[in-house]
Design a protein. Structure first.
Length: 191
């Protein structure tokens, strides 16, 4: 796919990682590219090794801001509020003429455009996708050392069978999202 780069227009591309997992933070990244970077794409379409290589290139060739919302933030305020606050923080920290979010809503944020599958079409949004995903994955691998029973380094907090089984066996950890309803755990007394 031919990804369009807008670095001459000062576009800030925004994307998130971690909207759906049972555990860990929501991470939102905004990127203004200063140079062309080859091989950018939606982070989900890239190997972990490729994402790591591109992460370093993006950091070196952009203005960017990465925002973490904890599982407690998500439980207390909801995903939409965390996304809105993260986008607004990016707008305050990354100067751009335009802000473009991957998806189908602005979350009520002014001066924000959206485009479905922008992470696979627009270089700046692809870069945001990669920064968000790599930042979140690194965090989940690091936190797995503190909570070794859950396998966070493998599934990154997403709802795999192994993760669901670990919750049944060990209960929730301090980084689990208690507000998320998990069908496989309904009716069980899990602390």
């Amino acid at each position: 796919m031919n990804i369009r780069n807008n670095y001459d227009k000062n576009l800030c591309g925004i994307d998130e990682a971690g909207r759906g997992p049972y555990a860990g933070p929501l991470v939102v990244a905004g990127v203004v590219l200063h140079n062309n970077i080859d091989e950018l794409n939606d982070s989900k379409k890239l190997s972990e090794k490729k994402r790591e290589l591109l992460y370093d290139k993006i950091i070196q060739n952009s203005s960017y801001h990465i925002v973490f919302s904890s599982n407690d933030d998500i439980d207390n305020f909801g995903l939409s509020a965390c996304l809105k606050n993260s986008i607004q923080e990016i707008q305050q920290n990354v100067e751009a003429q335009e802000y473009l979010m991957d998806g189908n809503t602005t979350f009520g944020v002014e001066n924000l455009k959206f485009l479905v599958k922008a992470d696979a079409k627009i270089a700046e949004v692809s870069a945001g996708s990669i920064l968000a995903k790599v930042s979140r994955d690194r965090y989940m691998c690091e936190i797995s050392k503190k909570y070794p029973n859950y396998g966070f380094e493998k599934h990154k907090g997403y709802g795999t069978k192994a993760h669901t089984q670990a919750i049944k066996e060990f209960g929730y950890s301090k980084i689990h999202r208690k507000s998320f309803k998990i069908k496989a755990l309904e009716g069980l007394d899990i602390g």
